[in-house]
Design a protein around this ligand. Sequence first.
Ligand code: BQF
Length: 292
Amino acid sequence: MEILDGKKVSNQIKEEITVEVAQMKARGEKVPHLAAVLVGNDGASLTYVGSKVRSCKKIGFESTLIHLPEETTEEDLLKQVHELNNDPNIDGYIVQLPLPKHIDEEKVLMAVDPDKDVDGFHPTNFGKMALDMETFISATPFGIMELLKRYNVETEGKHTVVIGRSHIVGRPISILMSQKGNPGNSTVTLAHSRTKNLKELTLQADIVISALGVPKFLKADMVKDGVTVIDVGITRVPDETSSKGYYITGDVDFENVSKKAAYITPVPGGVGPMTIAMLLKNTLLARERHNA
Ligand code: BQF
């Protein structure tokens, strides 16, 4: 069994980007500038945005955090989005999800300039991804592909079962894994809440990608020997004995599934850190495209 160490690989990617940014600077070019819009004070969102901004500082990017109150109206948020679209200093930006319930997420994501949409959530960018065109690939699916690539995990002709059909992870990774390329060329089954006999499917899988959000859902008796398991789940489970008041767990019963797996991602330290690294990669790409 080999651990797919997302923490380690994400640090490698960040080091590679650091070198490129230093070269940009040495040539007298502007360095990439990422902005993040956070609405409200959701604990997990604050953590995620904080780590994105910290990573920017570490690798030499400029960053701007726009923290708006929970009561921000949809209209005001759309105004902020248009300001970022028109700000020539900003190469790329994200609107941290989830948004408060009174704001229409789809409307906001549609307002983001696709050329600055480093999360790749705009329909134009999702469409380009699905058609194999150059675009911003969403950070989490992009991170999974990069992790498989850097560990030389064989995907060609393999049966990949994706669990979960979210717009942000399940659906796009099912498309990417079936596309031509390496990683890719996989035969993909996309399973979801209405799937019957899920266990029958996962038992046939060479690769299982779980993006469900149910702690320890995937059990050892659901996978075959030699399986590759990618765990995208991150759930905070309340825990009074922990200093943070919670611990983080994935969709996979790691202790038991890892005994049968050829490759497996841990939680934390697997897909999560890769998501951050690929957001930075997309921001670098945005800067380079604006130069070109
Ligand atoms: C780790 C996210 C659900 C909804 C909105 C490192 C992250 C997570 C875990 C992280 C995520 C999940 C992010 C670990 C960003 C990934 O060590 O395991 C980093 O910061 N993520 C997000 O911005 O919005 C989300 C999950």
